[in-house]
Design a protein. Structure first.
Ligand code: ZN
Length: 363
């Protein structure tokens, strides 16, 4: 297949041979690891490889060129359009549908299509519902039944641009030639999604106005074309002060967040036997609690605290309490308790603040 296309566009056999060799090398990188075992795909392109999507698309276009084109030419099919794995076909004769499906599925046994026929004169294609009327068609916006209206919550510590991005599909409501009734319906859905996720309605209205204006002004200006995008790590709204320094320059800022689900769920590398983290120390006499953090094993930190008590060292609040009140401490299994195992850093500070708050309220 690659040979066919290369021959068509580039009449240089040596170059073609090299490209095919390269392509083979890349396509063969389709092994993966699962449960300590390595597997190699028997067919298909590698999952997650940057070239897979392109190869799949080239293959689909190739089959279209080889087969579908003939069927269109011979008027076996009246209308054909496809987007990735979604195809819309139109044919006058209803009984031919099964035959067409049979023919399409014969092209490649690894490429099997399923048919969705229209119900109540309407059919879903991509994000549209196409409804046939007497002498024209009516389009409305289609959301899958599995669609939820959850977006990043308005109050979440994310850059505003990323939170509002969930509503950029207002664009298709503005640009598609859909009826006013359908447009109103879509707008109601958008507003309800916004409300459910804590967005003030006027913010969504402003976005709608902005996108409508953008539709009128089509071409980007030369200034916009010369802009460079630079990623910045977003930690909170205070970063705007730095971003503001780039206003009026040709540098545009894109935000990157570090607080990702992947990071939250994946295990932090710490020692299970001797964990570091947030610990509490108890006074054996009055049961008051001291909460602290340690980047090293908490056992070591505990020994250090006890040494402060013994050497009359005022560096530790716990030692001061024991010494000033002549209260008792230890042994460690009685006094020391791990509250949260974690590694040193921003997250440890957050956990510490949370536990201090928690025990402060109890008192
Ligand atoms: Zn005490």
């Amino acid at each position: 297949m690659a040979k066919f296309w290369l021959h068509k566009s580039l009449n240089n056999e040596e170059m073609n041979g090299q490209i095919i060799l390269l392509l083979n090398t890349v396509v063969e990188q389709n092994y993966f690891q699962y449960n300590d075992q390595f597997f190699k795909l028997a067919k298909g392109t590698a999952m997650g490889s940057p070239i897979s999507g392109t190869i799949a698309e080239i293959y689909l276009q190739h089959t279209e060129n080889e087969y579908i084109k003939q069927w269109l030419d011979s008027k076996e099919i009246c209308y054909y359009k496809c987007y990735v794995d979604d195809i819309i076909l139109y044919n006058q004769n209803k009984t031919q549908a099964e035959q067409i499906l049979h023919n399409i599925n014969r092209i490649d046994e690894n490429l099997q299509y399923k048919i969705t026929t229209k119900e109540h004169r309407s059919i879903n294609f991509l994000d549209l519902t196409i409804h046939r009327k007497e002498n024209n068609i009516d389009i409305s916006i289609y959301s899958k039944a599995t669609n939820t209206d959850t977006t990043i919550h308005y109050l979440s510590n994310h850059p505003f641009e990323q939170k509002i991005a969930a509503f950029r599909y207002i664009n298709r409501m503005i640009t598609l030639s859909i009826s006013q009734a359908n447009r109103n319906m879509e707008w109601a859905t958008i507003i309800s999604t916004a409300k459910n996720n804590g967005f003030p309605e006027n913010i969504i209205r402003n976005l709608r106005t902005k996108l409508a204006l953008k539709k009128q002004k089509q071409k980007p200006t030369t200034k916009e074309l010369n802009q460079k995008w630079v990623p910045f790590t977003f930690f909170g709204p205070a970063i705007r002060r730095i971003i503001n320094l780039f206003k009026g320059s040709n540098i545009k800022i894109a935000f990157r967040t570090t607080n990702m689900i992947h990071k939250q769920l994946s295990k932090e590398p710490f020692n299970i036997q001797n964990p570091s983290g947030i610990y509490k120390l108890k006074c054996n006499t009055c049961n008051k609690i001291y909460v602290g953090q340690s980047g090293r094993a908490i056992d070591i930190r505990y020994k250090e605290q006890i040494r402060y008590v013994r050497t009359n060292n005022p560096q530790s609040a716990y030692a001061i309490h024991i010494l000033q009140n002549r209260h008792e401490y230890g042994p460690s299994n009685n006094t020391l308790q791990l509250l949260k195992a974690c590694t040193k850093g921003m997250r440890m500070n957050c956990w510490e603040a949370m536990y201090i708050q928690k025990f402060h309220q109890k008192e």
